[in-house]
Design a protein around this ligand. Structure first.
Ligand code: ATP
Ligand code: MG
Length: 374
């Protein structure tokens, strides 16, 4: 059975960042009210919400307050407090449940779930101590990447090892937390599939995006990804298998590597809207945020249609001034800034989406603009 939530009722969001903001804007368009729980004042989501509860994510009284003002509760990132979310499921309506967060908060349980769903991951093993690493490294050899099991983002908490001489570089990470060690995948391309599912089991993937990272941070997403039909089918089928296996309600972003032969390997999961899906705000008949709200409110999902090929470019702290100085030159660019006050280097401050009938030309225009030269 699914409960339907209607405009006029309140959607509670845990987390006040840009994903929460764009969820909230989408919800408000339909007439929902929005409450947000977030520890910082004047957060991107707090600025557009009706109710702001400013407190840590694991603050029991704050979670109870969120429950009391919300008709349905969702979250905008996966590193929220699992125990707190679990308690919320007992006192509030949390259609996504807490299990998905528990699984995706930890790379070990995440990889196990991907494998159980029948999808490929890079060869890996789990290490609790530096000795474990030294003893078992021959299982996969070099190059490999050591990643902390918990809490990584934008490539933080990772160390690449190219040879036996690099082993000590991983010491700090492993002393700090459990890690997974995975083979370096010589990929041709990175793609992501955003799959969304409601309580009735209706499931849709957004058009698949091709992701270009700079310094381990997403720089551009090109849609549709420039992949073969066979790779596209593999990617969508894998995302749907994982979504079914996890009995997904809401949104799951599945990051993948595409190998030279066109096969895919799953990198990681995010149980929420994803940076690589922002293009859908302008370029699709339903955005990842709108579909997420429909899913958690028990509404029927819409079959996504891409209006035109699109490029999304992230705007980091160092890009804000060059972008704003150049807005008058680019009437066709959709500019999104998230309302963050400090434009720190490499902090995600906003993004630009450009719909185009000539991807190569537009990529060239982006490069020549000089806005992203640093
Ligand atoms: P984000 O939050 O930005 O998605 P993250 O910190 O959770 O990143 P990953 O997605 O695991 O980390 O890795 C970041 C990037 O590092 C990947 O997008 C990819 O470019 C590269 N990378 C990670 N794992 C591998 C691998 N096994 N082989 C090759 N490249 C990898
Ligand atoms: Mg990633």
């Amino acid at each position: 059975m699914t409960t339907m939530i209607f405009p006029g009722q309140t959607i509670g969001i845990i987390g006040g960042g840009q994903l929460g903001r764009m969820m909230a804007l989408s919800a408000k368009e339909a007439g929902f009210k929005v409450a947000v729980l977030e520890p910082t004042m004047d957060s991107p989501c707090g600025q557009v919400a009706d109710i702001c509860i400013v407190a840590p994510y694991d603050d029991e009284a704050a979670l109870e307050e969120l429950a009391s003002v919300s008709d349905v509760i969702t979250y905008e990132f996966e590193n929220i407090d699992y125990e707190g979310l679990k308690r919320l499921t007992e006192i509030a309506y949390v259609p996504q449940g807490a299990e998905l967060v528990r699984i995706t908060q930890n790379r070990v349980t995440e990889k196990e779930a991907i494998v159980k769903a029948g999808c490929p991951v890079a060869p890996y093993f789990v290490v609790d101590t530096y000795d474990d690493l030294v003893t078992h490294i021959d299982k996969i050899g070099y190059p490999c990447i050591v990643k902390t099991a918990r809490g990584g983002y934008d490539g933080k908490g990772q160390q690449r090892l190219n040879s036996i001489d690099d082993l000590p570089l991983a010491k700090g990470l492993i002393e700090h937390s459990q890690c997974v060690v995975e083979s370096f995948v010589p990929f041709n391309m990175e793609i992501s599939v955003i799959v969304q599912r409601n309580g009735l089991g209706e499931t849709y993937c957004l058009p698949v995006g091709e992701n270009i990272h700079v310094h381990h941070i997403l720089h551009e997403t090109i849609v549709p990804a420039r992949i073969s039909n066979d790779t596209l089918n593999q990617a969508e089928q894998a995302a749907i298998k994982i979504a079914d296996h996890l009995q997904l309600i809401g949104t799951l972003a599945v990051e993948m590597f595409v190998l030279k032969n066109g096969d895919i390997i799953i990198n990681e999961l995010a149980p929420r809207p994803h940076n690589s899906g922002h293009y859908s705000i302008e370029a699709c008949n339903i955005s990842q945020f709108g579909q997420h709200i429909r899913a958690i409110c028990g509404w029927p999902l819409r079959k996504p249609v891409l209006w035109a090929p699109s490029i999304m470019v992230n705007v980091l702290g160092q890009h804000v001034v060059p972008l704003t100085n150049n807005i008058s030159k680019y009437p066709d660019w959709s500019v999104h800034l998230y309302g963050k006050d400090k434009a720190k280097v490499n902090r995600k401050m906003g993004h630009v989406t450009i719909m185009t009938n000539n991807v190569e030309l537009t990529l060239d225009e982006i490069e020549k603009s000089g806005i992203w030269s640093e």
